[in-house]
Design a protein around this ligand. Structure first.
Ligand SMILES: Cc1ncc(COP(=O)(O)O)c(C=O)c1O
Length: 367
């Protein structure tokens, strides 16, 4: 870090983040290996695309983009509030859940204060904590699942935030209702617990916790959701957070005024009404999950039980080498050095057509 050019000009904490540098585009990849298509199994996007109702809304409202958007997403807040039985002032939208995560650390985390998270974890927690000079305290997962007991034991006087990613990215596992209930007892009063539920809509377990009950019970709890996954709107950038009104109001002091663009708001309103697309997404995901789990298991890989639209797979051999061979065929899977699991990959579930192409490529590579 010491030899970064211009280091003396910046806030020292930003030097802890790597610069976000351009990578090879899919078009460049196609050209390099003479490929017809590139299929993404590495970003947990919706393989069915976007809700047709959202697309129609985007087309209808495209003519309005000369106008600034509604700065506080009034209609969307009302819709989310109604669906969750809370007040509209308990909801705050951002330019994707990523943006919400940044508002969170900007609002609550003083320099040197800690956010605890189970690890391996979603990489954005690192960058958002680092940007405000906070400290990310990582607690190893137990059986690939967030270990709430160990997280509780890691609380120190410097702890301000606890991030419970449920289901967890990258492992796809969940912590259950009774564990969360136990965990929520005796959390120090100055600590805020956040449930990142980016994949909540995919969970089909009866014992998946209803985290809003803790908000309703007056706890310092915040709940994050996104439209990127189930509604297929990753490119629009829109996500939100729910919680006690006073915590949400504090977060409102850090917002970029017009963070959520008009098109995203119009599309989100339509997407949230598209039950048909939602059910289709869930059905395709379920079928794909069963198929991929069966095929990967037959190949000798170990799959974690997934409650999401991706599967965490242990190849029991160098995952980067496999990912690279797949990449040359235009099939992208996620491998993460930072996960401390060099034989594992997070593989998004595609349509059956995509999944079959991926399985065929795996079989070829293993042969
Ligand atoms: C656990 C988790 N939280 C938050 C996000 C960010 O979602 P968004 O696309 O709304 O920024 C993601 C995206 O992959 C995620 O996996």
């Amino acid at each position: 870090m010491a030899n970064v050019k211009g280091a003396e000009l910046v806030r020292p904490c930003i030097l802890g983040n790597d610069p976000n540098l351009p990578e090879q585009t899919n078009e460049e990849l196609k050209k390099e290996f003479n490929l017809k298509e590139v299929l993404s199994f590495n970003c947990n996007e919706n393989p069915l695309g976007t809700s047709p109702k959202a697309i129609a809304a985007i087309q209808e409202h495209a003519k309005d983009v000369f106008l600034y958007p509604d700065a506080t997403c009034t209609e969307l807040r009302r819709k989310v509030a109604k669906a969750n039985g809370i007040d509209e002032m308990q909801v705050l939208f951002g330019n994707g859940a990523d943006n919400v995560l940044l508002m969170l650390t900007e609002t609550f985390l003083n320099e040197g204060e800690e956010m605890i998270v189970g690890s391996p974890h979603f990489f954005v927690y690192n960058t958002t904590v680092q940007l405000v000079g906070g400290k990310l305290v990582t607690v190893p997962l137990k059986n690939y699942t967030v270990d709430l007991k160990a997280i509780k034991a890691a609380i120190t006087p410097k702890t301000k935030l606890i991030m419970v990613c449920n289901p967890n990215n990258p492992t796809g596992t969940i912590v259950k209702e009774d564990e969360v209930k136990e965990f929520m007892k005796d959390i120090p009063d100055n600590v805020i617990v956040i449930f990142d539920e980016a994949y909540a809509e995919f969970v089909d377990a009866a014992d998946y916790p209803n985290s809003l009950q803790y908000v309703n019970a007056g706890k310092k709890v915040l709940v994050i959701r996104t439209l990127s996954k189930i509604f297929g709107m990753a490119g629009c950038r829109i996500g939100y957070i729910m919680g006690p009104e006073y915590l949400i109001e504090l977060m409102r002091r850090t917002v970029e005024y017009f963070a959520v663009n008009r098109v995203a708001q119009d599309a989100a309103l339509a997407a949230m009404d598209d039950e048909e697309f939602l059910h289709k997404t869930l059905a395709v995901n379920k079928e794909g999950k069963e198929y991929l789990t069966k095929e990967f298991t037959a190949m000798g890989f170990t799959c974690q039980p997934s409650y999401t639209n991706f599967i965490f797979v242990d190849f029991h051999r160098d995952a980067r080498e496999i990912a690279d061979k797949l990449r040359r065929q235009g099939l992208l899977i996620a491998v993460g050095g930072g996960w401390n699991c060099p034989t594992c990959s997070r593989i998004s579930i595609g349509t059956m057509e995509m999944n079959k192409k991926l399985v065929a490529a795996f079989k070829e590579i293993l042969a």
